[in-house]
Design a protein. Structure first.
Length: 288
């Protein structure tokens, strides 16, 4: 066989594709493999219960701080509401006189610029607090300038007091006259009757000594004639209501109807009360 014949009978090899085409196919194959990997990862994420379910459920440990935060917010909200109510009360009433009713406040003379507020613990209690107030002009807010423990009638308070019932009268009363066993304290401007008649007899309701109780006295204008000594015996509304209701030195026990405050407080009251300020005493249980 000739050389040319052998050449014709040898099988032909396939022609090689251009290099650019081979590179393109490799890039495409890599892209397909990458997409498959991404899809498998997405399926894994979707099937992962921790990821598919979103944020993990709260445990008791998680809920406790939130509950404490809510409780703190509730306390703050309640405090803010209480402050708002207190501010509203202060806006609706003269400063410091929120312990009395609107009806009682309305009975305070507009021209009065000095006031002693005696607030009882309860209607049947003999424990109370006395506070001194002033204001610069009629209609202005009251400002408290002093406060002391006080005692009132052994049976508390009454709007219809009768002689011997051991209650103190409730209401608003003028303070016009003073007196006592001892000389008046310096600066006293109320009419003052220094008199040996200011000596108590007997014992207190609880058997305590009354010595020194009437060393200083300011008459409370309940069933009495203003402009006279506290010892004046006349009772314009009748003796059945009783009389001689005074603000005097405390004797460490309840009274038969008077109001007792410490000796130093009585001296301060006498030094401060001014007839020109038309002072009054407002007395009764809390909220009367």
């Amino acid at each position: 066989m000739s050389q040319h014949a052998r050449a014709r009978s040898r099988p032909r090899s396939k022609p090689r594709k251009p290099r650019a085409i081979r590179r393109t196919r490799r890039v495409a194959l890599a892209a397909v493999l990458g997409l498959a990997t991404f899809t498998a990862g997405w399926v894994y994420v979707a099937q992962d219960p921790d990821r598919a379910a979103g944020p993990r459920p709260q445990t008791h440990a998680d809920a406790r701080p939130q509950a404490e935060d809510r409780a703190a917010r509730d306390v703050q909200r309640a405090a803010a509401q209480q402050d708002a109510r207190r501010a509203a009360q202060q806006a609706a009433a003269p400063q410091g006189l929120t312990g009395v009713s609107e009806q009682t406040r309305a009975r305070i003379p507009a021209e009065s610029r000095q006031l002693i507020l005696v607030t009882g613990k309860a209607v049947d209690s003999s424990d109370s607090t006395a506070a001194f107030y002033t204001r610069p002009a009629a209609g202005a807010d009251w400002v408290r300038t002093g406060s002391w423990p006080a005692r009132n009638g052994a049976k508390g308070w009454s709007t219809e007091r009768t002689y011997g019932d051991l209650t103190s009268p409730m209401g608003v009363f003028a303070l016009t006259d003073a007196g006592g066993l001892l000389p008046k304290p310096p600066g006293t401007r109320l009419p003052y009757d220094e008199n040996n008649g200011f000596v108590p007899s007997g014992l207190g309701v609880n058997g305590e000594s009354l010595a020194g109780s009437f060393d200083y006295v300011v008459a409370i204008d309940f069933n009495r004639r203003p402009g006279r000594s506290p010892l004046d015996p006349v009772m314009p509304d009748g003796e059945d209501k009783g009389g001689n209701i005074w603000l005097h030195v405390d004797h460490d026990g309840p009274s038969q109807g008077c109001v007792g405050i410490p000796r130093a407080a009585m001296q301060k009251v006498l030094e401060t009360l001014d007839p020109a300020a038309e002072p009054v005493i407002v007395m009764g249980p809390e909220g009367f």
